[in-house]
Design a protein around this ligand. Structure first.
Ligand SMILES: *[C@@H]1O[C@H](CO)[C@@H](O)[C@H](O)[C@H]1NC(C)=O
Ligand SMILES: *[C@@H]1O[C@H](CO)[C@@H](O)[C@H](O)[C@H]1NC(C)=O
Ligand SMILES: *[C@@H]1O[C@H](CO)[C@@H](O)[C@H](O)[C@H]1NC(C)=O
Ligand SMILES: *[C@@H]1O[C@H](CO)[C@@H](O)[C@H](O)[C@H]1NC(C)=O
Ligand SMILES: *[C@@H]1O[C@H](CO)[C@@H](O)[C@H](O)[C@H]1NC(C)=O
Ligand SMILES: *[C@@H]1O[C@H](CO)[C@@H](O)[C@H](O)[C@H]1NC(C)=O
Length: 396
């Protein structure tokens, strides 16, 4: 038996070698004949940076080049094409940028909110009107930062009396702040500044910046908040940021955080994560973005209703945000900054930004093991918090 098998091996080997020689020979002869030549690219095979037709993408390309030390080292040699040269880099980014009105061909036909956004897209700093610079003198374990609007007094008060109660919860320090812009006359808001001043002196938890508090400016709120953390609360261990119409189970969040350590705790970013999404092209949708503004899909992002992240990551996000052009949808923007850091938010099933099933909404036990639910009225927040704070809440 052994002999024929060895013979077979030899035969197979000889055949293979012959076949190999045959292939080589035919290749060479073909080349000499000029047929089937090995293809040598006639043009450079690396991609040349061509200007993207969408305005946001193009602004990001410019930023990427400006932040690339290899390319900028030689910017004086005239290597940079004109479109990459942000000639206005010396002018005040907080003055309206009228160049965009000609750089975007459909600018004039865009809805007003886009025009407002585009004119001020480069401005990232606005003066503080109200601040609490020493609110984090004792660095909190958990900072609850709530996006609010000046007229929402009742929501803020309900949060103070329920899930946003500052102080010691489950033996951990919690600090609550409200993030506000200016509710301006442009948007027909009544002047509530006196009442706001009273509220701020009474509760000392309002941070307000002087910019127009509109939906498309929520990204401004985000970058101002990232600045503020580094300046006034860099020691916060964890940060929750969310809307003022959500209920947060602070007990459950603290319990979840207690179990974290190492990289899991350092890189923490959890929420209701949306993946494989992209811009809405239907003009009637609140989240509509025209093709002339943005092309491409969105990176994974955590819904802006509320998400939880580490103070360590807040510092890195602050850094990354400096090189990501402002985008009119704040939670998508934060996803872009995370992507810049090579990170992605993690989905946690306790974040119910699209609410729980109706039949469970009045069941106290339904709230015990969730982190966040949206939406809830001020009265509901207080009611649910009372349920959760009962010692004898017995859920199986
Ligand atoms: C910059 O340009 C000079 C001359 O054009 C070249 O010698 C040098 O290698 C370039 N430096 C970089 C970092 O590309
Ligand atoms: C960019 O534009 C400015 C202002 O017009 C000009 O001074 C500078 O030389 C330009 N840089 C390059 C690399 O073209
Ligand atoms: C509360 O926290 C303090 C300081 O972190 C610690 O010394 C104390 O033992 C804790 N008490 C309880 C009941 O966990
Ligand atoms: C904020 O908005 C109010 C109301 O429109 C306006 O009177 C005020 O000038 C704005 N700015 C500041 C700094 O309050
Ligand atoms: C954002 O705020 C700035 C400063 O108040 C304002 O000029 C701009 O119009 C606002 N943008 C939007 C989209 O409301
Ligand atoms: C922020 O960026 C600077 C410069 O790029 C770097 O030195 C610093 O370590 C960064 N900080 C964080 C927290 O990533």
């Amino acid at each position: 038996m052994a002999l024929p098998r060895r013979k077979l091996k030899i035969v197979v080997t000889v055949v293979m070698v012959n076949l190999f020689i045959f292939i080589l020979a035919t290749r060479f002869s073909q080349e000499r004949n000029g047929r089937n030549k090995i293809l040598i690219p006639s043009k450079s095979f690396w991609t040349k940076l061509v200007p993207n037709q969408a305005y946001w993408n193009r602004q990001q390309q410019i930023q990427d080049v400006q932040n690339n030390p290899i390319l900028t080292a030689n910017s004086s040699t005239g290597y940079m094409p004109d479109w990459l040269n942000d000639t206005d880099s010396t002018s005040d980014p907080c003055q309206p940028n009228f160049k965009v009105t000609t750089q975007m061909k459909d600018y004039n036909s865009l809805p007003e909110r886009f025009k407002d956004f585009l004119l001020y897209m480069r401005c990232r700093s606005y003066p503080l009107l109200m601040d609490q610079p020493s609110i984090c003198e004792q660095p909190p374990y958990l900072l609850l930062a709530v996006k609010s609007l000046a007229p929402h007094f009742d929501r803020r008060q309900a949060i103070r009396q329920s899930w946003g109660r500052a102080g010691l919860i489950a033996n951990q320090t919690v600090v609550t702040i409200f993030l506000l812009g200016n509710a301006t006359a442009v948007d027909h808001h009544p002047d509530l500044s006196e009442m706001l001043r009273y509220e701020s002196s009474r509760h000392k938890d309002i941070i307000q910046w002087d910019y127009r508090d509109s939906f498309f400016n929520l990204t401004v709120k985000e970058v101002l908040f990232l600045d503020w953390i580094q300046k006034s609360c860099p020691g916060a261990r964890y940060i929750f940021k969310g809307d003022d119409d959500v209920f947060v189970n602070t007990y459950h969040i603290l319990n979840f955080l207690k179990g974290l350590s190492g990289a899991k705790s350092r890189d923490l970013f959890v929420g209701d994560v949306i993946t494989n999404a992209g811009p809405h092209r239907d003009k009637k949708v609140k989240y509509f973005i025209p093709e002339s503004m943005y092309v491409g899909s969105y990176p994974p992002y955590a819904g802006g209703g509320g998400y939880l992240f580490s103070g360590d990551l807040a510092a890195r996000l602050h850094n990354a945000s400096q090189s990501v052009a402002l985008y009119p949808i704040d939670d998508v923007y934060t996803g872009m900054c995370l992507k810049k850091l090579g990170l992605a938010p993690e989905k946690h099933k306790g974040f119910w930004t699209f609410d729980i099933e109706e039949k469970y909404r009045s069941n106290p036990c339904a709230y015990k093991s969730l982190m966040l639910v949206h939406p809830r009225t001020p009265q509901e927040m207080i009611k649910i918090w009372t349920w959760l704070s009962k010692r004898d809440l017995n859920c199986q």
